[in-house]
Ligand binder design. Sequence first.
Ligand code: SAM
Length: 233
Amino acid sequence: MVAIEPHERFPGIYWVTLEDGTRRLATISFAPGIKVYGEITVNVGGKEYRVWNPYRSKLAASILKGVKLMPIKPGSKVLYLGASTGTTVSHVSDIIGEQGIVYAVEFAPRVARELIEKVVKYRSNVIPIYQDATQPHNYSALLDEVDIIYCDIAQPQQAKPLADNADLYLADGGSIMLAIKAMSIDVTREPSETYKREMKVLEQRGFNIIDAIHLEPYDKDHAMITAKYSRKS
Ligand code: SAM
């Protein structure tokens, strides 16, 4: 028998206990009947729950690793940099629901097409932006102020483009989540140069770091940085 419980800290997120006894994260599908990445779905009480795979989504991995700040909730406005084919975007769309909106920025043509076919077509709360996230002025006509920026563009220097986007689009007091090349997994060794440099850029650009967690065993290469933003006067 499948059992559902709301997540103890994060609205819009659930625990599903599957028939085999495993307890998995899940979200309620915004587009019932449409799978995005071959995820398991279960129907309970007239709702379709999509099991959220932490090996495929750094956001799910962060939640399982106990991230302190997970600001994405029902009604949130999110700017998502590095949407790819929409694996994580689809769960963000589920969480934010009808009242929320996610602007999904992606610049690679093949994956952007897949994002449209698998996600945007079925989800009115996902607005695709086929642009380079390092040039945020180019999409100023397409979005308003957002509450959260989620950044996973898999580039060595992400803090600068993230901060450039924040200066244009993030509300004062808004939050960011940044998936970053990791600290050393071996705790006796120094954090990577990339990690140290990116944290410094964030601090210099007005972010107050809340948390930095390593995503192993789900993702061996990345940490998730969460921070709050305040505009410099
Ligand atoms: N966040 C996705 C998820 O969890 O489903 C995975 C993102 S993948 C690691 C990184 C993506 O960022 C790739 O699809 C890549 O094309 C995109 N990307 C890299 N640099 C970019 C840029 N400057 N502007 C927009 N997209 C970019």
